[in-house]
Ligand binder design. Structure first.
Ligand code: SF4
Ligand code: SF4
Length: 440
């Protein structure tokens, strides 16, 4: 694609990168077919190519974000299916990240939109605030149908619908913890504690810790570890996301410089994609560029790491039918497609994939709260495809997808690592044991 930036514009390193990305697009349109919003809406401006044109116009002409640019960029899920499809290797992720930051800086959103975004940005990444919000939401939840009828409050109704019926009773500890293996230590890893996941389902990381320590891996959860920054990053609040990233980089760097780490593991693939991108995010920060790149190089999804271990023979041959939902952040963001299915299959599960496996479930960070109509359509389409393979269980590797899909089906929806822990001697996952229903 031909571009017309001035040399003055190109002196800005962010514009320099954006220009390179824009030039790599040959406007072939292959990406449109796999873009969920284009599939649903059929509007070129809601396709990757259309969005690229909108971004090009905004950046080349040095314009503030318009209503049109904001509407169509806001509708993008950042699912990155377009990057998997694109034959020219267009780095859409960094282009749309840049566009979201520009929208945040130059577009005056309506008041209710600003308040909603501020509420999400201040509450979701903070475990204590999020937990208290869920406690409050549990009381208001029965009125979500009425709230949904009030103009301007549809997003709050969507948030209430997504909140668990029963507020979380326990919160994973925020202190430093070292989980040592019972036998000789083979490796030492850090495990991301996470923000929303540790409130919604602390059992996921507990399953990972059991499985890892049984296999001789020491696991450390560091202190002073907040949100990884992914949630606000996808809202265009880049300065806030960089502050959160620096905090967690400091926590892991202290551990790296202490006893050392062989890997940094993540059980929420949405967070993993962002952590693997820290090196890029902080490349212009002289104090953090090197540390960020080091952390990114060590970051691994839990399935990616488990795939390097010999887990032995499963203790609970289940032969249950598992429909594997590939989270976009895992399949498109990190290109991890084979390991989770192979691990489940080796553990004794009959694994199948639904039709349209490349399409997003509509969760996408805060998307299901900010774009509830589009998100519900994608969820219902995903659930129909998953249920069509007649599984006993639906498995996925990202808390956002687990929550989203669970609100559209009565089937148990379980994290991949919980199934693996169970198969190799751990307890039955709470969703299967009847201890936790889909919305409790
Ligand atoms: S597939 Fe790639 S090169 Fe073709 S229009 Fe989409 S982003 Fe551009
Ligand atoms: S990230 Fe997803 S929703 Fe956004 S343009 Fe690409 S395929 Fe479409």
């Amino acid at each position: 694609m031909q571009t017309n930036f001035t040399s003055e514009q190109l002196a800005d390193p962010e514009i320099e990168i954006a220009e390179k990305i824009l030039r790599s697009c040959v406007h072939c349109g292959f990406c449109t077919a796999t873009c969920p919003t284009y599939v649903i809406l059929g509007d070129e401006l809601d396709s990757p190519r259309g969005r690229i044109y909108l971004i090009k116009d905004m950046l080349e002409n040095d314009k503030p974000a318009t209503d049109d640019v904001t509407l169509h960029i806001d509708r993008c899920l950042s699912c990155l299916a377009c990057m998997t499809t694109c034959p020219s290797g267009v780095d859409y992720m960094h282009l749309v990240d840049h566009a979201r930051t520009r929208i945040d800086k130059t577009y005056q959103r309506p008041k209710i939109d600003r308040w909603t975004r501020t509420l999400l940005a201040k509450v979701l990444p903070d475990r204590d605030r999020f937990r208290w919000l869920l406690v409050a939401a549990a009381f208001v939840r029965p009125f979500s149908g009425i709230i949904n009828l009030v103009p301007g409050l549809k997003r709050f109704a969507a948030m209430l619908d997504l909140a668990p019926k029963r507020p979380p009773l326990r919160l994973a500890s925020a202190e430093r913890h070292v989980f040592s293996p019972p036998q000789e230590r083979k490796a030492r890893v850090a495990l991301l504690r996470g923000c929303a996941q540790s409130v919604l389902d602390p059992g996921i990381n507990e399953a990972a810790i059991r499985l890892l320590t049984r296999n001789g891996i020491e696991v450390v959860m560091t202190e002073n570890e907040g949100c990884c920054g992914a949630l606000v990053h996808h809202m265009g609040r880049s300065e806030e996301s960089h502050i959160q990233a620096r905090q967690i980089i400091d926590a892991w760097t202290a551990e790296l410089n202490g006893e050392g780490l062989d890997a940094i593991l993540v059980t929420a693939s949405g967070c993993g994609t962002t952590i693997k991108d820290y090196g890029f995010m902080l490349r212009l920060d002289p104090a953090y560029a090197e540390k960020a790149a080091r952390v990114s190089a060590l970051a691994k999804d839990i399935s990616e790491y488990l795939d390097t271990l010999d887990l032995g023979e499963p203790e609970v041959p289940s032969h249950l039918n598992v429909a594997y939902h590939a989270a976009c952040s895992l399949q498109h963001g990190q290109q991890i497609t084979v390991a989770p299915k192979a691990l489940l299959s080796n553990a004794g599960f009959n694994v199948s994939e639904p039709a349209e496996a490349h399409l997003c479930c509509g969760s996408a960070g805060t998307y299901n709260m900010l774009q509830p109509e589009l998100s519900s359509q994608l969820r219902d389409r995903k659930v129909a495809n998953l249920e069509a393979v007649e599984p006993d269980i639906i498995a996925a590797g990202n808390i956002g997808c687990l929550t989203q899909i669970a609100h559209g089906t009565d089937l148990p929806v379980v994290h991949t690592v919980e199934l693996l822990d169970w198969a190799y001697g751990g307890p039955t996952p709470s969703n299967l044991a009847g201890g936790r229903s889909k919305t409790s």
